[in-house]
Design a protein around this ligand. Structure first.
Ligand code: GTP
Ligand code: MG
Length: 235
């Protein structure tokens, strides 16, 4: 298996559409999903780099696994559902703490999915181009609901994350650049989300390569045997 150069992790409450976003991006379609158990990952080749993208389970019972999945992550996609305010609240209350195991220079993106459900209508146009595969995606026209989370709320959360991580706004990408609204159903903004992040992690990969591999002791190259002591006494 190819060795990943960097790891990106999707986090967020159950049902917000993490698995659907990954399917949409990797398989170019929207299909029925089952609630994720544990986690799963995809390997994406981006230019000459290998990027692993980890999908995690949002269900409470798998919460303990979250920090393990975040270990060494170069970017984390915190996902909520724009039609469900509590899913944004959960990001701060339940998921942010899991990111402590990520790299110190880890990037954070905040993604409001399911914009196609809201009265906003921004996600309509791409549906026909990208196509849906039936099932839950179906061709039926669903009733629109008011948007419960505005982009400004996501921007405010991004700023809270910077505070939590003790990062200075001028040292990290601007909030407006890191908050996205998407629809896994229509494909709206999905490529833009992933490819923006891929472009941003490339310099990280290059930096890691320049710094070289982590220093470890190679015991196989240490072939000089200690001389046996002549006498049995200790100094
Ligand atoms: N309308 C609409 N429905 C979506 C969208 N994304 C996902 N869904 C639906 O939302 C439900 C949950 O999607 P999943 O992708 O399984 O959600 P998840 O975040 O992976 O959930 P867990 O694996 O339980 O953490 C499914 O019924 C999807 O069909 C979207 O962009 N628009
Ligand atoms: Mg899932």
């Amino acid at each position: 298996m190819r060795k990943p150069d960097v790891k990106i992790v999707l986090l967020g409450d159950m049902n917000v559409g993490k698995t659907s976003l990954l399917h949409r991006y990797m398989e170019r379609r929207f299909q029925d999903t089952v609630s994720t158990v544990g986690g799963a990952f995809y390997l994406k080749q981006w230019r000459s780099y290998n990027i692993s993208i980890w999908d995690t389970a949002g269900r409470e019972q798998f919460h303990g696994l979250g920090s393990m999945y975040c270990r060494g992550a170069g970017a984390i996609i915190l996902t909520y559902d724009v039609s469900h305010l509590q899913s944004l609240v959960e990001l701060e209350d339940r998921f942010l703490g899991l990111t402590d195991t990520a790299n110190t220079d880890c990037l954070f993106a905040i993604v409001g999915n399911k914009v196609d459900l809201t009265e906003d209508g921004a996600a309509e146009d791409q549906e026909k181009e990208e196509g849906s595969s039936g099932g839950a995606a179906g061709s039926c026209v669903s009733a629109k609901v008011p948007k419960q989370v505005k982009l400004e709320d996501a921007v405010a959360l991004y700023k809270k994350i910077l505070k939590y991580k003790m990062l200075d706004e001028k040292d990290v990408p601007a909030a407006e650049k890191m908050c996205f609204e998407t629809s896994a159903k229509t494909g709206y903004n999905v490529d833009h989300l992933f490819e923006t992040l891929f472009d941003m992690v490339v310099p990280m990969i290059l930096r890691q390569r320049a710094e070289g591999p982590v220093q470890t002791v190679d015991i196989s190259s240490y072939n000089k045997q200690p001389k046996p002591m002549k006498s049995g006494c200790c100094a």
